[in-house]
Design a protein around this ligand. Sequence first.
Ligand code: ZN
Length: 167
Amino acid sequence: MAAGRFEIFVGKEILKFNAAHFIAYPGFRERLHGHNYQVAVRIEGDLGRDGYVVDFGLVKRVTRELCDRLDERVLLPEHSDCLEIRRNGEQIEVRYEDGSWFSFPVGDVLLLPIVHSSAEELAHYVASELACGLEAAGARPWRRLEVSVAEAPGQAATWIEAGAAPE
Ligand code: ZN
């Protein structure tokens, strides 16, 4: 057989979530707004004896669970360098450096271990969670994992990371 590599791609329409966010960095804050986000996954790796790189069903299930967790939430970057985020009873209060602030019910919010809720950092976050989920489900080691998060059709950011399988 000619030299080549296997890669699987999962970009199903159901791998989506809608969420509110705003980008904030020192000196600039977007207004609160939302997107219909779409997630796509590529995994490169060797074929197992089952003929799979990774079972499509497993990739879809784990990614779908992640999308469900992000769906209909206000996504807040807990490592922000310009937002002060704190819990006050059943509310999450978010204060920007200019003194403007929001208050959201705890259940409407998802705090993410990122600095900005950009498509780039969301793709990185989804990829790390997906990698953990796949490992926990016993997926065989892969060589490369790519996760794209689109904020709108034709506008996506991708995180690419090496897996545990040797080159
Ligand atoms: Zn946005």
